[in-house]
Design a protein around this ligand. Sequence first.
Ligand code: AP5
Ligand code: MG
Ligand code: ZN
Length: 215
Amino acid sequence: MNVILLGPPGAGKGTQAKKIVESYSIPHISTGDMLRENINNSTPLGIKASSYMSKGELVPDELSITIIKDRLSRTDCSKGFLLDGYPRTIPQADALQMILTESDRKIDVVLNIEVYDEELIKRLSGRRMCKCGASYHMIFNPPENDEICDLCKGKLFQRDDDKEEAIRNRLTVYKKQTQPLIEYYTKKKLIRTINGGQDIPQIFKDIKKVLKEYD
Ligand code: AP5
Ligand code: MG
Ligand code: ZN
């Protein structure tokens, strides 16, 4: 099953992706996570990407396309994959289609998670991360101890782009560059809309109901 998670920043793509890949045993492919890993390791790619990301801009298409092409060629994707945060522009979607066609694969479904702007801002400004990959929200999904990860006891931190100015820019960038993908995939009859304004377990239930049709 080859699935795309589409939705604005803070929609809950990462939160739901963790649950989906556990249930369906497919790899979770997040270009955002891969880029942040490159930044932490100061790779040439990370160095190029970091100034765009901290401002909430998209990195140039050629960077994200290179990363995704490499990732999708690995053997763990042969039984399916879940894309989170890719594609984000029409050229990225076209490139994806080419990569998949070359290897005789296709996208089965695009889950479009819808959430209002005000709620997105609340979610992003309250998010805290851990270096182990865990993600919390200080009000909606709090850790037992305000600053410490429940799983690994690491110290929680805020993502650079979860500061107010970058959040606003990310929402603007989403509307301009990513939202056109909804029409793009609607034309291909691949879009299924998910109400992302509900609580985390209910959204997951709705997602599972849709994915059942494709499993
Ligand atoms: P990326 O890492 O993909 O960030 P994003 O799309 O901005 O989305 P987020 O990760 O912020 O939100 P999410 O939807 O995963 O929400 P989450 O589950 O964490 O990209 C970051 C940057 O990398 C981009 O700005 C760009 O620079 C670059 N980049 C990445 N991919 C690229 C590409 N393809 N091309 C170009 N550039 C690219 O949830 C958010 C918070 O809400 C959490 O605190 C969570 O606990 C909470 N929450 C989740 N669900 C609920 C709920 N139902 N109710 C209440 N709270 C909830
Ligand atoms: Mg995410
Ligand atoms: Zn942790």
